[in-house]
Write a protein that binds this ligand. Structure first.
Ligand code: G3H
Ligand code: ZN
Length: 283
């Protein structure tokens, strides 16, 4: 069932767990993710990035996302991941997403707040959740500035002034592959959680972060965790193994099945790490 991101975040925050949020770029990814969520009776966030929209097309991605969510036996939030501009956020509001992200984190604080406030005013008229980002999450966003981490007092001001529903914070994770050891500033998460009065925090760049570290971050107050690269990599590994054993295969379905099974397995592991297993509130 397609549900509002506002409702799902509220329930997750009250239950001290995190919504697992996984990106999809095609039907097979979506089916693998939802099969995992249904098997574990977990609420789930399926999310589309700008790159995925460029790849698959806005309408296709929307149609399969909404269609799959409406048929799912668990609560599903359809979320826009790292929406960088007003126009894309507004299109998603209009065409069925139940959660959006206005990511203006590379702009100065006042401009970031203003951009998120503008989107939030419209989104809340439609009961749609808005995620924002404050601080500098490494990886695709480039090299870190001097103090890239989110400051607790700024996070509070950001929530108050923008009206957003959740905030992605920079506490040590980065998008994609890690070069070297991952370090998460748990103290910082706790301080931010306290400063913002318990409002929902989001962890990005969580692929390849050891399970117990993700769990500890959740226990410090994270209520949505984004996973992407690790599922893609598991899928590719399965495809490579299949092709190595079946070099003459020509039926794509035979290749896609092991890919989906591998992605489903990783999705199930991430759902469990988030403590979302069994948390579906649907009958
Ligand atoms: O917004 C998407 C995520 O932060 C995914 O990051 O590819 O490192 O899992 P990841
Ligand atoms: Zn991200």
């Amino acid at each position: 069932m397609l549900v509002s991101g506002i409702e799902a975040l509220r329930i997750a925050a009250e239950g001290n767990y995190a919504l697992p949020a996984i990106n999809y770029i095609n039907m097979e990814h979506l089916q693998a993710i939802l099969a995992a969520a249904e098997e574990l009776r977990a609420p789930i966030v399926i999310q589309t990035s700008q790159n995925a929209i460029d790849y698959a097309g806005f309408e296709y991605l929307r149609d399969i996302g909404v269609g799959a969510a409406e048929r799912a036996k668990v609560p599903v939030v359809l979320h826009l991941d790292h929406g960088k501009d007003l126009a894309l956020n507004m299109r998603c509001l209009r065409y069925g997403w139940t959660s959006i992200m206005m990511d203006a984190s590379l702009r100065p604080f006042p401009e970031n707040v203003a951009a998120v406030r503008e989107v939030t005013r419209a989104a809340h008229c439609l009961d749609i959740a808005v995620e924002a980002e404050l601080g500098f999450i490494g990886g695709k966003e480039g090299d870190a500035a001097n103090d890239p981490y989110t400051l607790p007092e700024e996070a509070k001001r950001f929530f108050d002034e923008s009206g957003c529903d959740s905030l992605a914070i920079a506490v040590g994770t980065q998008h994609g592959l890690y070069h070297g050891e991952v370090k998460i500033d748990y103290r910082r998460i706790r301080d931010i959680k306290q400063a913002v009065g318990g409002r929902p925090l989001v962890l990005h760049g969580t692929s390849f972060v050891p399970s117990q570290m993700v769990r500890e971050a959740i226990d410090c107050g994270i209520n949505k965790v984004n996973f992407d690269s690790e599922l893609k990599m598991a899928g590719m590994k399965a495809i490579r193994a299949f092709l190595a054993e079946n070099p003459d295969a020509y039926d794509l379905r035979k290749m896609n099945r092991p890919m989906m099974a591998a992605m489903k397995e990783v999705a199930m592991e991430k759902i469990r790490i988030c403590k979302a297993e069994g948390k579906s509130w649907l009958k």
